[in-house]
Design a protein around this ligand. Sequence first.
Ligand SMILES: Cc1ncc(COP(=O)(O)O)c(C=O)c1O
Length: 426
Amino acid sequence: MDVIYAAIAFRAFQLPVRDFFEEQLEALRVRSLDRHLREICSAQGAEIEIGDRRLVNFSSNDYLGLANDPRLREAAIAAISEFGVGGGASRLISGTQSPHVRLERALAKWKGTEAALCFTSGYAAALGTIPAVVTKDDVILLDKLCHASLIDGAKLSGAILRVFPHNHLGKLESHLQWSQREHAGKRILIVTESVFSMDGDRAPLRELIELKKRFGALLLLDEAHAVGVIGPNGRGLAATENLNEDVDVQMGTLSKALGTSGGYICGSRNLIDWLINRARSFIYSTAPPPAIAAAALAAVDFLASPEGEERQLVLQERIKLMRDLLLSLDVGRLGATNRRPTLNAQRSTSNENSGSAIFPWIVGDEQAALDLALALQTEGFLVPAIRYPTVAKGAARLRITVTAAHEEYQIRALCEAIKRLERGAS
Ligand SMILES: Cc1ncc(COP(=O)(O)O)c(C=O)c1O
């Protein structure tokens, strides 16, 4: 009898749950906000295979084309031979193997900081670091366009959170005044990115540092999309502007230009020791695979080498070509929320010379963005449609990323296709 009741209760519990997901998914579909995985049947590169089609790939963050580089592959294979595939335990238990230590030393040297600490992802780095740096009585001031990992880290910390409009120094200053007045004696953490992931523009770093110094705040700078792309030896924005020492917490990821996987924090020895003791995503998670650390070390070594510098120059040439071609299309007249696509070929003041590899083609309407992505795919290009909640509602876009692995003719071909589609839309 008990078994029958249990079966009925289980069924009664099961049905609404299943309906709930169906309903919610339908609600997403109706608003063109549903997402699906696509299977890539090849390695990362300028071209990738989806099913039986080969597409030119303008969707990846593998800015230097290192994800399938022989140097990194060999480093990983050699490390697998020596260390195996698994991390075994948390870094604090027995997971810290020589490749982790070597990578962290190399990262600190390359970024010009006292120490570095690696996490399993950039997301985990943000989630572990922000709550370790501030507590619930402190204040976080966060740029409105910050990546989800920074937003989630800020929320998890429980600190008082104020969001300032994107790159708006005046609003940030008034938030700083408010923080000093209302939360005297508490820690203030400014959180921003050096190159913004969905817009490709830069933070005004020098001015941010002036403000943070004036108000005695701390600054966390996420260099995820700057590292490998800008700065001497691809060291990012802080290094470009010679401001390394003024950024308290330098965050980055190994999974974009460095071609592998994982996140890192660079900073003072004390900061890193504190994170080892307090960053929960570091403490309570198994160490990243040693082979990935070895491959990431090969990437850092490559970036610091003359060949790495050359690769970065190629990337900058490709970026310039893309920017010039997109600007010559002259389709940036309408506002970002218009239905007609607006190409933001890094026009705004702060990204005039951003040198970033990210080019948003702002469409506005979610379905229109999906339609354009499909049209480009039909023409042989993979360019992802980015929609809410990754960007604001009604600010859907195609996010074009250029890498050093692209040939000039591939960039020209994409721009030709955009021109055809743009004409079709007007
Ligand atoms: C700005 C920014 N920060 C952090 C991350 C997270 O890095 P990861 O992919 O290594 O988790 C991303 C990834 O998209 C990002 O764009």
